[in-house]
Design a protein around this ligand. Sequence first.
Ligand code: ZN
Length: 374
Amino acid sequence: MLKLMNYKIRCTSCHKASVSILDFRCTSCGKPLDLGLDFNFEPRLVQLKNYSAWRYARFYPYVDARDTITLGEGWTPLVKFDDNLCFKLDYLNPTGSFKDRGSTTLISAIHRQVKKHGGYVAEDSSGNAGASIAAYSARAQLKAKIYVPENVSGPKINQIKSYGMPVVKVAGSRSQVAEKAQRAEKGKFYVGHIFHPFFRDGIRTLAYEIAEQSNWKTPARVYLPVSAGTLLLGVISGFRHLADSGTISNVPKTVACQTRQVSPLYHRMRKLEYKAPKKVTSVADALVSTNPPLLDLMIKELQGIRGDVEIVDENEILDAFTKLAHKGFFVEPSSAVAYAAYQKQLKNKEISKADKTVIVLTGHGLKTTLQTTP
Ligand SMILES: [Zn+2]
């Protein structure tokens, strides 16, 4: 089958082209890399009988079909909640979070190279990405070492260990966990999901699915929880690709939703000063990036599509977490942040119930030990 080979990996700052698929940042200046697409999205190239994210395989030119590592991720349900509101149930992915979309493209693209060097992959994560990389590494028969903050929830640690991968708990901030994971060791290939462009690029399929499941008519607004920015950047990249190709008429108003404690993007977008707490104690324990390395890129992309930001307080998160569960949608508190932000904007009359809206529910409720309020 003919593959579309037009893509480039370049530095987001000095624009130097990357030569190795194992590079996770610019070898010249150290800034994050980004993947550029030089081909159109064409609905006729979607493999309609493949009910996974790989129905869009033709738009992933860097993955050879024979090397694909899949657990059946993607093509998650888009469920109508009320007249104009739909939930995208991405918590139904194989490891219980949207991260599987990124793990399948990243591990598919690199597992042969890492094995050829007799190495293993290292990843740092607040939990969900670690579980996902561990699962896809297991599927690829590749070793993975997962670095996590010491306060990661019990179910997430248990999940990572169950895939047979060692977990290293690191005290301190989220940035300190990343530093430890990146420290050079023999045989170690750092593939941090926040940095590696192949991970972020896998999230494009989420935008493709929302558009295809809506008959290529996109909603007016899309709400996402945002921490390190992989979900936000991947979704924007997907919608932009569809719009640039003429498949959809415009990119939906994308709303980046954050907790008050962890809201560097919200503050920068609103030109307000952000003071990170000494210790993040929010119930939304997957949203912990107080100093995200991709912040500049997030600002640029969100401004580029005239996106929006919102923050919510702890009581609003708990309320949304409980409301969702009491309607049958059991997601982790971090995922409830997006619904909390939607409710807040409705209450403040910034939006209307008549706006066609999609809220992405990102992580499964079984990953938390938190209980709903009565
Ligand atoms: Zn550079």
